[in-house]
Design a protein around this ligand. Structure first.
Ligand code: 13P
Ligand code: SF4
Length: 303
């Protein structure tokens, strides 16, 4: 490993590169990253780093967002086939239909979406700021794409809006079942239940806290409780345990693993730096049109 780390450091310097990683990638990839965080943090930090090359350890939509926000930088995605299925679960035709049906509609696009969907949206959101941003929009009608569960969560948080849902879902989070939580709670009655809002409404209803991966980590770290049942991808256990060595964390049901996030390996990061491939390439038209909703998210989230 020492040899690999030396090579990585040498390549980073040579290519003027910075490594960003999501909490769901394997532990050893999180350990070599310069910055680790949730989707919002990764979008924001991508606009602040000075290095010319960004190695995005995450799935395709994260690499695309980094590129859209930094058109002059080289963005590398170590596993070209690391794609999020939910990112494709909405249709441009449906957006057009809804725009015809409701004159005053804002199309709110979860960042877990393709660049093509972002291009057709009015604003992007992540799980950490979706409710806050929707609340600030002047529009009464909101078409929330692609995640139905996050859309329902937002609708409950912002009851003054009419939220139109789309039927996309994350297969990792929607697999966490209500019965799993009830069973885990029975086995650990003192544990707090922390879940991601990509989980089903009936699961979120049982939680002591629902929030983004950073939100879950922050809540567990500040809480007086000593035991937690976690309803999100298991990559977060790495940071949870690092920050809270004395506390215990349990998986809500069966193993919650995102196979696409796990495609990123240290070897692939080294190879990406060495070959400068796979690179995220987007046409100028896509970049320009997708920039506005992403940038609007950064502006509204900061208010
Ligand atoms: P956050 O990073 O916003 O918590 O979203 C989780 C996720 O599913 C990313 O793919
Ligand atoms: Fe997509 Fe779910 Fe994996 Fe996140 S955890 S990348 S939403 S499949």
């Amino acid at each position: 490993m020492k040899e690999k780390l030396d090579k990585l450091l040498r390549l980073k310097k040579e290519k003027d590169a910075v490594i960003l990683a999501h909490y769901y990638v394997p532990d050893e990839v999180q350990d070599i990253a310069d910055y680790v965080g949730d989707s919002y943090y990764l979008s924001e930090i991508a606009t602040k780093v000075e290095a010319q090359t960004i190695v995005l350890c995450g799935v395709e939509f994260m690499g695309e967002s980094a590129k859209i926000l930094n058109p002059d930088k080289k963005v590398l995605l170590p596993a070209a086939n690391a794609d999020c299925p939910m990112a494709h679960m909405a249709a441009v035709e449906k957006i057009e239909e809804i725009r015809k049906e409701y004159e005053d509609v804002a199309v709110v696009c979860y960042v877990n979406s393709t660049a093509e969907l972002k291009m057709n949206a009015d604003v992007c959101v992540t799980s950490s700021n979706a409710a806050k941003i929707v609340k600030q929009l002047p529009n009464k009608h909101i078409f929330f794409i692609p995640d139905e569960n996050l859309g329902s969560y937002v609708a409950a948080q912002v009851p003054e809006k009419h939220v139109i849902l789309n039927d996309g879902y994350c297969h990792v989070h929607s697999n966490v079942r209500r019965e799993d939580i009830l069973k885990a709670k029975k086995a650990r009655p003192n544990a707090q239940v922390l879940v991601h809002p990509e989980c089903k409404e009936e699961v979120v209803a049982l939680a002591d806290y629902a929030g983004s991966t950073s939100g879950i980590i922050g809540y567990a770290t500040e809480s007086e409780a000593q035991e937690f049942i976690i309803g999100t991808e298991m990559g977060v256990f790495h940071e949870l345990k690092k920050r809270n060595p004395g506390k215990s964390f349990y998986v809500a049901g069966s193993l919650q693993i995102c196979p696409n996030m796990k495609k990123i390996t240290v070897d692939k990061v080294i190879s990406a730096l060495e070959t400068e491939q796979p690179e995220v390439i987007l046409s100028e038209e896509v970049r320009n049109r997708a920039y506005a909703p992403l940038n609007r998210m950064l502006e509204l989230a900061g208010q």
